[in-house]
Structure formats: structure tokens, C-alpha cells
Write a protein that binds this ligand. Structure first.
Ligand SMILES: C[S@@+](CC[C@H](N)C(=O)[O-])C[C@H]1O[C@@H](n2cnc3c(N)ncnc32)[C@H](O)[C@@H]1O
Length: 329
């Protein structure tokens, strides 16, 4: 586009288009693939729900490993779905990719006639493709419009949030979802600079508002971007209900795996799994095990060093697994 415009130097639209990078292909390296495949090795034949299909990296690995399984993949991102559908073509009717935010997974599975599933996978957060595509507005490293919506057809953009919520609410978002200790100071600076419309503008505001001593360890705007992304996509508020709906549909012997990349997400996963496993009996001096669900291992698993060194995104991953061992009494 830039080459086509004679007045390139003075044409704001061309300048922006040229400076907002869009990768031509869908790049995302799936995380902890072997560990996830081994979760599903023992599940009964049937349908596995991939609630966060992305570029279908995990789904393809699973379909190749277990020819008796089929996959229903959900994603709210049209670019992810287009890439996934292409990759899933060779699997024919064994693979379906549906546009759906995962808090609607129950009605989506109902519509497809799957009242029971053999497994589910949630690989939470954003894909590398979303982060690396400047135009999507997720990255503090690349300039772009302040969007951050995974589903670009619905909801508030990050620009809507930073330009409309009051200073106190903005500070709460930065504190709760970004663990930002300078939340109030940054919120004040953002409100003073309104309207804030691009990622570069926001990143500069955050850097300027952060005291020098706290700029030494990485880019300080990272935490603000994470917090806004979580707010825009309601990542934490819809997670519990979605996990409950997936657990309700697991058949006996069916298993669920969740990869979380943020402590707030992982806390929710841990609490939901624990609730299913422990019997809520306050008279008992020791926790009692529910006979319906069992954790596949205690705590969370982390990627091996080798994976961390070849895929930077893997470093914060935490994997939890659960199995339905019996039907409710
Ligand atoms: C980490 S990527 C998944 C990558 C995938 N496992 C793979 O191997 O390519 C997360 C994906 O989940 C999608 N996603 C995140 N939250 C979602 C939600 N609430 N509903 C539906 N899709 C969601 C994102 O759009 C993104 O494509």
C-alpha cells in the first residue's frame, strides 16, 4: 500500500499501514504438546472439545495420535478459525471448527448433539499470531490501533476502556489483572493524555509514568497491556462457568486439561478442579475425596527447560489435569 501512494510521506493512512506489521501466515507453537497428548491417551473414543482452537496445533497432534477421536474446536477469533479450518481439512468430519466464545460451549455442544465428551482442552490467553499482528493492538512492541479484542466483531476495544472508564476503575483493572504497583499513577497519566488511540501512545504513557527504578526489569508497559487485554476479553470472569460446563459433560474416563499462563487464571482452574475433587464435609478432620472426579496429578506441571528455551511463550505455562472417575451418586 505504501508503494502505491505518491504522497506516502504525508499520508497518515499509508504510514500507519506500513508501520503496523501483519504476519502473512498464522504462527503459533503449541505448548506442552506431549504432556497434553498423554492426558488424552487413555480417554474413551468419542469427541474432545478444544475450547481454544487457535491455529489447531494441539488439535492436529491429537487427531493424528488418536484416530478414534474427533475434535470440536471453538475460537472467538476469525483469523484463528480460518487458519485452523485449513489445517483441519485433511481430517474431514473428524474435525469441526466453530466460532464461539467458550462461555457458550454448552449451547454449542447441544447444537452439535454432543451431550457427552471424552475430553476437553483449554489453552488459555492469546496466540502468538494475535500478539505478533500489530493491527490487532495486543502488543506494546508494535504500533497499531488500541483494539485487543479476540473477537473483532463484538465488545469494547482497549481504546474504549482507556478513554471511557474513570481513573479509579482503570487503576483497579491495572492492579487486579496486571499486578501493577503503580496502577493509580499510570491511570492518572492515561486519563490526562486522552484520547489514547494507539498501542505506541499507550506504551509511551506507561513508560513515562513509571519511576526509573522500576524500568530496569523489562518493559513496564507489559503489565498494563496484559491487564487491558484481560478486561477487554473478560478472560477471568467467564472462565469458571466455562470450566464447569465442560466438566459437567465429561463421560466416565473422560479427562480435561487446562494450560494457564497467568496466576489469576491458574487460581480459577485450581479452585474449580479442587471443588470437584473434594467433598465439602466440614465435619471431617481431613479432606475427603469425591468419588466422581480425581486430579491427574497434584498441583500444576511446568514445561521442561528445553521447551522453555525454544519457545519463550511456554515459560509461564502451568498445566492442570482432571478425570471423571464415576457418575454422580
Ligand atoms: C493460546 S491460543 C491456542 C493455541 C492452540 N492450542 C494451538 O495449538 O494453536 C488461545 C486461543 O484461544 C482463543 N480464545 C481465548 N479466549 C477464548 C474464549 N473465551 N472463547 C473462545 N476462544 C478463546 C484465542 O482467540 C486464541 O486463538
Amino acid at each position: 500500500m505504501a508503494e502505491l501512494c505518491d504522497a506516502f510521506r504525508w499520508c497518515a493512512q499509508c504510514w500507519l499501514a506500513a508501520s503496523w506489521e501483519t504476519p502473512m501466515t498464522f504462527e503459533h507453537i503449541p505448548v506442552m504438546v506431549e504432556e497434553i497428548l498423554s492426558v488424552f491417551d487413555g480417554v474413551p473414543d468419542g469427541v474432545v472439545l478444544d475450547a481454544t482452537l487457535g491455529g489447531a496445533g494441539h488439535a492436529v497432534a491429537l487427531l493424528e495420535r488418536r484416530p478414534e477421536l474427533s475434535v470440536v474446536g471453538l475460537d472467538q477469533d476469525d483469523e484463528a478459525l480460518a487458519a485452523a479450518r485449513k489445517r483441519l481439512e485433511p481430517f474431514g468430519e473428524r474435525a469441526q471448527a466453530q466460532k464461539c466464545r467458550f462461555d457458550q460451549l454448552g449451547s454449542q455442544l447441544d447444537a452439535l448433539g454432543h451431550d457427552e465428551i471424552s475430553g476437553f482442552l483449554f489453552d488459555l490467553g492469546v496466540s502468538s499470531h494475535q500478539i505478533d499482528t500489530g493491527e490487532r493492538g495486543f502488543s506494546y512492541r508494535t504500533d497499531g490501533p488500541l483494539d485487543m479484542r479476540m473477537d473483532q466483531s463484538a465488545g469494547r476495544t482497549a481504546a474504549d476502556v482507556v478513554n471511557t472508564v474513570d481513573e479509579r476503575e482503570l487503576a483497579d483493572i491495572l492492579r487486579s489483572y496486571g499486578d501493577e504497583k503503580h496502577a493509580m499513577r499510570i491511570a492518572k497519566a492515561i486519563v490526562a493524555a486522552r484520547p489514547v488511540t494507539t498501542t505506541a501512545q499507550l506504551a509511551d504513557i506507561v513508560r513515562d509514568a513509571t519511576p526509573a527504578r522500576d524500568k530496569r526489569r523489562g518493559d513496564p508497559s507489559k503489565r498494563t497491556f496484559q491487564a487491558l487485554r484481560i478486561e477487554v476479553n473478560q478472560e477471568l470472569s467467564i472462565l469458571e462457568g466455562a470450566l464447569e460446563a465442560a466438566l459437567d459433560r465429561l463421560c466416565v474416563g473422560g479427562r480435561g486439561a487446562v494450560l494457564a499462563y497467568h496466576s489469576g487464571e491458574d487460581r480459577i482452574v485450581k479452585a474449580v478442579f479442587r471443588d470437584r475433587v473434594d467433598v465439602d464435609d466440614h465435619r471431617s478432620p481431613v479432606p475427603l475425596n469425591n468419588e466422581e472426579f480425581a486430579l491427574l496429578w497434584n498441583g500444576s506441571k511446568k514445561p521442561h527447560d528445553e521447551e522453555n528455551s525454544s519457545n519463550r511463550r511456554a515459560t509461564s505455562a502451568r498445566l492442570r489435569g482432571i478425570e471423571r472417575v464415576a457418575v454422580a451418586a
